[in-house]
Design a protein around this ligand. Structure first.
Ligand SMILES: CCCCC/C=C\C/C=C\C/C=C\C/C=C\CCCC(=O)O[C@@H](CO)COC(=O)CCCCCCCCCCCCCCCCC
Ligand SMILES: Nc1ncnc2c1ncn2[C@@H]1O[C@H](COP(=O)(O)OP(=O)(O)OP(=O)(O)O)[C@@H](O)[C@H]1O
Length: 933
């Protein structure tokens, strides 16, 4: 990415970047002045460590870290502070981060420049970037430019960035759990600048605070409150989670010790949404990877493009940033542009550019002898890039590496890790004699902790990468100045993202809960232990089985060592037992005793495979609106991990996003887990993502979700009433295939399934089966509800003339009574007044033989259909089914194998018995008003 001034802006006032002078004196206590915008509040945001450009006067003393200058505007431009149009020809532009403002607005700018933003982060938390996507009218949080080309966004907060800008993004994601490092109980707003939804109004002045032209306005990532960045200063800093407060799982109530598990693993975000290969794995590289799309473009002859590396690591990876400078630019100007490309605003006097000969790009990190430093003479500058006498681009080395000049001392900020709120720090002068130990010794009295003795504290180096935050405890004798030099040699960006904490030495005992699913069901704890020993050789002293879910073939392991947990996690995901692949998930602990009394957190399950395929987007939205730890993707281990995590929560609710099959899947898992839950009967709401969505329809969640605002969905869940819906148990006792009714040889042990909507035998199950087989074969084709219904119709048309005489292939008993069957092709037991995507099979006519059907009366209705034409007529509202019986206990004897569907999930049932009996009414959520879906 070229680091030239914003297109359309021409330099008006010459000169470099005015920065606050005043090199930090030693020692000094930094105060936490809370900044309402950007990555959290921070200390005197200013320039911190390293040499500062002396004598320069900032255009705006309030604006943290910006390098503002006046520019002449050559195209329509908007102010990033007030978002209004900048009338006239003059604007104020930050040369480093492209913040543009009215001159009059400048004094109010609190948004920090990207160059200092890392130093203002409260608690470093890495992001979780998803795959590249097109985000129209969104702006990059680093360079502030539009995301016209594909960009990336964090899966758990609203951060949007260009792929090239990822390495420069602050590690300022939402802190969604306690990790034993910087745990806190007070919860503050987590402000994110810009990209507000259209129509956003300021909480303070009630005027519009969004903009589709620039990155402007702020929004709290937890409660969603929105404001102008200036107005937000008037809001109380504490966040109470807003409208969704009773649903959100508070981060202070979730604990997850994770060490090297990535955020993707912690939030169980599946690999398909993980970043593309080579797209800025969070290493220490500070630049964009080179590639065909990034090759340096041919430019008009007055300009040249140079590849700039910021350290050995970037050279090794061939990750550079391209800068465009006039061919006749002075070397000092080139160095300034190169530093700006890496968001470094320290004095260029402290740096030099070293030429990198072409072969070195393949891995030689040693630069050639040619060097140019900030304090230049005319003669030196002629040797550097952009040399005046360079006749052609071939004479100028194309690649340069920025090197920090050796420093004999420097000023370092040391943060006390135990301070829960605010980021007060101590500035210390570090000399060649300083070690980690001497630094701690010097800092403790300044923080009033000297009485506790040196042994109780350690110096921790924290690398705040945008994708991963890494902590390293420094050895007591580690020479600090050497360490700083080493970091700068590796990467200058890494230096600006590294922070040093004095932390208490108490060791947090490692403990990781690892869910392992996909094991054979019905085994004892000992059998599961030996199965796992065989499969992945788990280490006895470090790993124990804490929970066994024998019916589901799953266990939860308690692992007392991070390295072992990481090894097991990777290995389990690569292992199959008895031909079935295992699932591994890292699960958090919910600290249920800390939950506020009003809190009834929502446990969300999403099936991304359901009918309309809207699940992926919803997963992302719910992770952002709630705590990602309460959102579970069903294709990643099913419903069990979610219920396990919530098992101790005294009162919770469930939202199932999926079709009828998915709702049935979650309700069945709930049935199995009920006795192990502190809240055994949570009410269940439905977001209908499937094809038929019959239960969703009758509970008034609508015929199918089609992209409505996920926030309003959550609000309607919060406002819904709990109603009771009968659940039914179906015992399937199959005899040997092809055997008669009197056969005694059972093919397989009896099986139990649960039902809440309907159970069909015959033609409707046959169509379901055709549909499901077609979807299994080509899932990519089943992308819309409309298309899915077309597949049912096609399957139906093929079976129009089919006549199997189902009534001859089965016997029906209602209670103790044998029921005579009319001539039918399908027999359907219905609990709700919706089947086959909204059709009313029973019909509305009153009938003295039967009670009026209800879904909570403990009765099932039984109807017959004569074939596909009859079903079509029912679908068209022209006819109803043939009413056969009503009751609470049924026994069906299948004389031949027959297709059976329960809540739309079909299979072929071997001959034998099916016993349908009431399992009792269960609570479900019903919306009291009809949503316009
Ligand atoms: C007169 C010719 C009519 C030909 C119609 C052809 C075929 C389709 C007919 C009926 C399909 C009916 C039921 C679906 C079958 C099985 C599903 C049972 C289980 C179930 O409900 O599962 C659901 C779980 O959520 C999922 O099921 C569905 O989503 C089913 C969607 C089916 C949509 C079919 C729309 C068909 C519209 C046909 C309207 C025809 C009206 C013609 C009336 C005049 C006739 C003379
Ligand atoms: N109990 C279950 N176990 C495993 N997978 C299931 C279960 N129930 C549903 N699924 C799978 O989830 C996917 C989506 O099913 P779902 O019922 O949510 O959507 P649908 O079939 O499109 O909609 P509908 O059931 O409303 O017609 C299907 O591939 C289905 O096989």
């Amino acid at each position: 990415m070229a680091a030239a001034a914003e297109p359309g802006a021409r330099a008006w006032l010459g000169g470099g970047s005015p920065r606050q002078g005043n090199p930090t004196s030693s020692p000094e206590l930094g105060a936490g002045s809370r900044s309402p915008s950007g990555p959290g509040s921070g200390p005197g945001s200013g320039p911190g460590s390293g040499p500062e450009r002396a004598g320069a006067r900032p255009l705006s003393p309030a604006a943290p870290g910006h390098s503002f200058r006046k520019v002449t505007l050559t195209k329509p431009t908007f102010c990033h502070l007030c978002s209004d149009f900048i009338w006239g020809l003059a604007g104020i532009l930050c040369d480093v981060c492209n913040f543009m403002s009215h001159e009059k607005c400048l004094k109010h700018v609190k948004t920090p420049c990207a160059s200092v933003a890392p130093s203002l982060v409260h608690v470093p938390v890495a992001h979780c970037f998803g795959p590249r996507g097109l985000y129209k009218r969104r702006f990059c949080a680093v360079c502030r430019k539009g995301l016209e080309a594909p960009g990336v966004r964090c899966e758990v907060c609203e951060l949007h960035v260009h792929p090239d800008c990822v390495p420069f993004a602050c590690s300022d994601c939402r802190q969604c759990h306690q990790d034993g490092h910087r745990d806190h109980d007070t919860h503050l707003h987590h402000w994110r600048e810009g990209n507000l939804p259209s129509g956003a109004r300021c909480e303070v002045c009630r005027k519009t605070c969004c903009s589709s032209d620039v990155l402007a306005g702020v929004r709290c990532e937890w409660c969603g409150v929105q404001a102008h960045s200036v107005c937000s200063a008037a809001l109380a800093p504490e966040c109470t989670f807003g409208r969704l407060r009773t649903m959100v799982l508070p981060p202070a109530c979730v604990r997850l010790l994770s060490r090297n598990f990535s955020k993707m693993h912690c939030f169980r975000i599946s690999e398909s949404t993980a970043p593309e290969p080579g797209e800025g794995e969070d290493s220490v590289d500070g630049s964009a990877p080179a590639g065909p799309g990034r090759e340096v473009m041919a430019l008009e002859s007055s300009k040249q493009t140079l590849k700039i590396f910021d350290g050995n690591d970037a050279v090794q990876r061939n990750h550079f940033r391209a800068i465009t400078v006039p061919r006749l630019a002075k070397s000092q100007e080139v160095l300034e542009v190169a530093l700006r490309a890496y968001y470094i605003t320290e004095d260029p006097q402290g740096f030099q550019l070293q030429a990198l000969p072409a072969p070195a790009l393949a891995g030689n990190t040693g630069a050639s002898g040619k060097a140019w430093s900030g304090g230049t003479t005319e003669e030196e500058s002629s040797r550097g890039p952009g040399a005046r006498d360079a006749p052609s681009i071939t004479r100028v080395p194309e690649a340069w590496i920025i090197r920090a000049l050796p420093r004999t001392q420097e000023v370092l900020k040391i943060y006390p890790a135990w301070l829960k709120v605010g980021v007060a720090y101590v500035s210390l002068r570090v000399t060649p004699q300083s070690t980690a130990r001497t630094v701690v010794l010097e800092v403790l009295p300044l923080l009033g902790r000297q009485a506790e003795g040196l042994k109780s504290f350690q110096l921790v180096e924290v690398l705040m990468g945008s994708r991963q935050v890494q902590r390293t405890v420094l050895a007591d004798e580690e020479p600090l100045l050497d360490r700083l030099r080493e970091i700068r040699q590796t990467s200058l960006r890494q230096m600006s993202q590294t922070r040093f904490y004095v932390a208490e030495s108490r060791v947090v005992a490692p403990r990781v809960s690892l869910f392992v699913g996909g094991l054979p069901p019905g085994r004892s704890p000992q059998e599961y232990s030996s199965l796992l020993d065989e499969a992945v050789a788990s280490k006895a002293g470090l790993v124990s089985v804490s929970h066994v879910y024998s019916a589901q073939g799953a266990v939860v392991l308690d692992v007392a060592c991070f390295a072992e947990a990481e090894r097991l996690y990777m290995l389990v995901r690569d292992t199959a037992v008895h031909g079935r692949p295992l699932t591994a998930l890292v699960l958090p602990d919910v600290l249920h005793l800390k939950l506020p009394p009003h809190c009834r957190p929502l446990l969300v399950f999403v099936n991304p495979r359901s009918g309309g395929l809207k699940g992926r987007d919803l997963l992302c939205s719910f992770r952002k609106l709630l705590n990602p730890h309460q959102v579970f993707e069903l294709t990643n281990g099913g419903p069990l991990p979610g219920f396990h995590v919530f098992s101790q929560v005294p009162c919770f609710r469930v939202l199932v996003c999926g079709g009828d099959g998915t709702v049935g899947w979650v309700l069945a898992a709930l049935e199995e887990m009920r006795h192990r839950l502190a809240c055994p009967e949570p009410a269940v709401a439905i977001l209908p993502l499937g094809t038929g969505n019959d239960l969703g329809r009758v509970l008034r969640w609508g015929p199918g979700y089609s992209g409505e605002d996920p926030f309003s969905v959550l609000v309607s869940v919060d406002e819904a009433d709990a109603v009771l819906v009968d659940r039914w148990t179906i015992l399937l006792d199959a005899h040997e295939a092809g055997s008669g009714e009197n056969s005694v040889a059972d093919a397989e042990p009896p099986k139990i399934v649960h039902m809440s909507n309907y159970c069909g035998i015959g033609i409707d199950a046959e169509l379901s089966l055709d549909f499901h087989q077609a979807r299994e074969e080509e899932p990519g084709k089943f992308t819309s509800r409309f298309h899915n219904k077309g597949v049912y119709v096609r399957a139906g048309l093929q079976k129009m003339n089919r006549s199997r005489g189902l009534h001859r292939a089965l016997r029906l008993q209602a209670g103790r009574q044998e029921v005579q069957l009319p001539s039918i092709e399908g027999l359907i037991f219905i609990n709700i007044p919706s089947w086959g995507s909204g059709a009313d099979l029973w019909g509305s006519e009153s009938d003295s033989r039967f009670e009026k059907p209800r879904m909570d009366d403990g009765l099932l209705e039984v109807v017959g259909v004569t074939g596909v034409v009859h079903m079509g007529q029912v679908q068209g509202g022209l006819r109803s089914g043939i009413r056969i019986a009503q009751g609470s206990y049924f026994r069906v004897t299948l004389l031949k194998a027959a297709p059976v569907q329960v809540d739309g999930e079909p299979w072929v049932q071997a001959p034998g018995h099916m016993i349908i009996s009431a399992a009792g009414p269960k609570p479900c959520f019903k919306v009291t008003w009809h949503l316009a879906w």
